[in-house]
Design a protein around this ligand. Sequence first.
Ligand SMILES: [Mn+2]
Length: 290
Amino acid sequence: MEENVPRIDLPITGICSFAKYPICTDLKKLSGDFAVIGIPYDLGVGYLSGTRLGPRRIRESSAQYARGDRGFYDPERNKTYLASPCHVVDCGDVDILTGDLTKCFDNIETSVKQILLKGIIPVSIGGDHSVTIPIGRALSVLNKQIDVVQLDAHLDWTSSVGGVQKLGNGSVMRRLSEMGYFSNFTQIGLRGLGSSRAEDFEDAHAFGSNLITAKQALSIGVEGVLDQIPTSDCCYVTIDIDSFDIPYAPGTGSPVPGGLDYSYITNLLEGIAEKCNVIGFDLVEVAPQY
Ligand SMILES: [Mn+2]
């Protein structure tokens, strides 16, 4: 057997970090441009559970596309993304104590704050959409007014469930609106019966949210939607996987027909990144078992 032969390190080998990027679970020692952090939490789900399995499955899928420092060449855009010196790190997962909502939210907030305080862009992978509430709390450390773009089938402006539970996955946008430092909401992809009550839509309008339904988004096209997103030097993007139409992403707890497709959403995200300074984003509601 030959010794000192460099490892080939194919995607199928090795420890499964996000896209096989280096792992740094000690957030005090973190450095880089983007920090991927998993949030295996699904206590905010009212019906089909399972998004706690999202981070592991996303990592497993992403390992197939591991390219290391070479980055990702996109033949359609003739561009290479995330090549060196751009530096991505996988921080592992937020410490979750299943059953203890307060502890979970505190740990999510603390972890994301640690990433932000190092000047690194947090890339959070859920978890149900309620995890964006403690992420929103963490974003207070930026001391800035933050614009929000949400891609979602659902409005997520439920005031509470049963008059008491305010931290569910259907309340995230209303909770962000109450924090005082989020404004200029653009909510894209809304559709479906039972998305939210008419009063919730009225409250979102009253707050100033620009609500773009899936039908409107498809009829005005990506450029039409981008025209409605204000230019921003501080923009947070939250992506609910159910913004995709069901055939593209069936693995989610509240799938709704009539959604957007892969090209639409990637073109939209590219346009947002060109016109706004994106200070963090999340991908939530992936429930791989469905
Ligand atoms: Mn949502």
